[in-house]
Design a protein around this ligand. Structure first.
Ligand code: ADP
Length: 335
């Protein structure tokens, strides 16, 4: 014990990895803070307990709170030491989330496209013009959904290899947003999209197609997480910050609880609300939006409330004006 307290304890107390020491009959003599907090227990309570109350017998890995740890054992003349190291759990989790999201997001629209195409092929003579138009509209909407998913997936794979390929140019935000609104109006006929633009707003310096992708994700969410007929307002104005344009996407939807605001920009994260179950989504949109905005030298902010049934959310993005000096432009291209 003396030896343990002098050497081992000093070294491992501050380690992030969980560490445990047991005597010859597997009774715990010491556990560091990291180990105790992993089991939500007090370190004094652990001493004297049996190793196998915490770690499995004859196994070299253990799963604790969704993480897989490799168990490494080291013996000296007094004690056996066990330390746990995470085995790429983050990647495993991302991978399994990825597979479940992508398979669901691919299967749902494909099933619907095939179903409506089958119905049309089998009963073509019996269908009237209005029915055919309705079925074709669904096929088109579902194809758009697949295109959005594929674009988002391509974006994250680019983010992962740290390669962005942005082409910066001077862009009129209002006319781009009008184009996005035209696309979304078909998808959300019950939601009016109102675009308000201040008189003297300059062009912004962005990659045009990525800017559209940002606006599609934000405006799509605003309609998707709103009740029927909820108005989506887009306000374009000069930001308080010099040399930046502000674009606010406002909705009157379900809102987001304050404790979840920090998580919405994480990859594959969907926050439970009574519309997420009914709506389709991959949890990738805001992750990509934030990444793209930051690569373009901008910022994103969110304000939201769930106090009233339709308090709604405001996503504000700031993007650099196109009159930015060529030096700043060069800096952005180098990102
Ligand atoms: P997806 O919409 O595919 O689930 P996102 O990354 O776009 O993924 O959004 C992440 C989560 O943030 C959503 O699942 C939803 O819970 C929440 N969210 C995003 N935008 C809004 C909004 N305008 N109103 C309410 N919740 C939102």
């Amino acid at each position: 014990m003396e030896k343990l307290q002098i050497d081992f304890k000093k070294i491992v107390e501050k380690l992030d990895s969980p560490v445990l020491a047991v005597d010859y009959d597997n009774q715990i003599v010491y556990a560091n803070k990291s180990f105790c907090s992993m089991f939500n227990t007090n370190c004094e309570m652990i001493a004297g307990k049996n190793l196998y109350d915490f770690l499995p017998e004859n196994k070299d890995t253990v799963v604790i709170k969704e993480y897989t740890y490799k168990i490494t054992k080291y013996d000296d003349e007094y004690y056996s030491y066990y330390y746990l190291t995470v085995v790429d759990s983050q990647m495993e989790k991302i991978y399994s989330d990825f597979i479940s999201t992508v398979s669901h997001e691919l299967r749902t629209p494909l099933t619907s496209i095939r179903g409506f195409a089958d119905t049309m092929l089998m009963s073509f003579d019996k269908l009237d013009k209005t029915q055919i138009q309705k079925f074709l509209t669904i096929i088109k909407e579902q194809s758009n959904r697949l295109i959005k998913l594929v674009e988002n997936l391509l974006s994250i794979s680019k983010i992962q290899v740290q390669h962005s390929n942005l082409v910066f140019k001077s862009v009129n935000a209002k006319s781009q947003i009008e184009q996005v609104a035209d696309i979304l109006k078909n998808q959300y006929p019950a939601h009016p999209f109102e675009i308000k633009c201040a008189a003297d707003v300059p062009n912004i310096l962005v990659d045009e197609s990525k800017f559209q992708q940002i606006m599609i994700n934000l405006m799509d969410n605003a309609a998707k997480y709103s009740y029927e007929k909820g108005v989506v307002t887009i306000e374009i104005s000069n930001a308080n910050k010099e040399n930046f344009v502000s674009i606010k996407v406002k909705d009157h939807g379900v809102g987001i609880e304050p404790e979840n605001l920090g998580r919405i920009f994480e990859k594959f994260t969907r926050i439970e609300n009574h519309l997420t179950r009914k709506t389709q989504g991959s949890g990738l949109g805001l992750y990509i939006v934030k990444d793209l905005i930051e690569k373009m030298g901008g910022q994103i902010f969110v304000e939201s409330s769930t106090e009233l049934p339709n308090s709604g959310s405001v996503f504000e993005i700031l993007l650099p004006v196109a009159s930015y000096t060529s030096q700043s432009k060069k800096k952005l291209e180098d990102r």
